[in-house]
Design a protein around this ligand. Structure first.
Ligand code: C5P
Length: 218
């Protein structure tokens, strides 16, 4: 069994940024479970299946084989043997992942992959249900959050920096909708595990959050 750190929280709380930095400092492997849901979403989009077509999504999930490899410490995601890592960050992929991750069969498809990575290696795994469902016995559990306003502002600034056109109100609405879907689904909803440490990053710098979380880990 590896040493396991679970880091859960809503979209845009900075989980991946923080988890990567803690992983580097501690020598853990960073496992991004959102990327696995996104990989399935890429498959659904390629097949042209609507997220509302539950039977279609379930059938397609059964055909999609997601696997993970680490190349120079960086997670690479394979879909039916093809490295699709460069496709994962697109807006439509995130949207499809958010809508299809509510389906139990979709979640079930990724469960063993996530657990097996944690068995084999020292990991910091980020997601929505890691501390509550995937790794209930994790050595450290963190619930990392920030207000909707803070998360929307960070996302807005990030997009402006990249020169992308965007609207703050639209971003805030999107974040709110993703929260609602994650927190209100029937299977493995997003919530703080009873034994998780709550970290609200609204008024913290990245360095402060990393220091706080690294301080809780072996
Ligand atoms: O974290 P990220 O935005 O990459 O995740 C994509 C989507 O996958 C999220 O909107 C969330 O609904 C879903 N997800 C999940 N459980 C996880 C990780 C992600 O339901 N452990």
């Amino acid at each position: 069994m590896g040493y396991n750190v679970a880091i859960d929280g809503p979209s845009g709380a900075g989980k991946s940024t923080i988890a990567k930095l803690v992983a580097k400092e501690k020598g853990y492997i960073y496992v991004d479970t959102g990327a696995m849901y996104r990989a399935l979403a890429v498959y659904f989009l390629e097949k042209g299946i609507a997220p509302e077509d539950r039977a279609g999504i379930i059938a397609a999930a059964g055909e999609a084989e997601v696997s993970i490899r680490y190349e120079e410490g960086v997670q690479q995601v394979y879909l039916n043997g093809e490295n699709i890592s460069s496709k994962l960050r697109a807006e439509e992929v995130g949207n499809m992942a958010s809508k299809t991750s509510i389906i139990p069969e979709v979640r079930e498809r990724l469960l063993e992959l996530q657990r097996s990575l944690a068995r084999e290696k020292d990991v910091i795994m980020d997601g929505r249900d890691i501390g509550t469902n995937i790794l209930p016995g994790a050595d450290v559990k963190i619930y990392l959050t920030a207000s909707v306003e803070t998360r929307a502002r960070r996302r807005y600034e990030e997009l402006i920096e990249k020169g992308a056109a965007c609207d703050y109100q639209e971003i805030a609405k999107d974040i709110q909708e993703r929260d609602d879907r994650d927190m209100n689904r029937e299977v493995a909803p997003l919530k703080q595990a009873a034994d998780a440490v709550l970290v609200d990053s609204s008024d913290m710098t990245i360095a402060e959050v990393v220091e706080k979380i690294a301080g809780l880990c072996r």
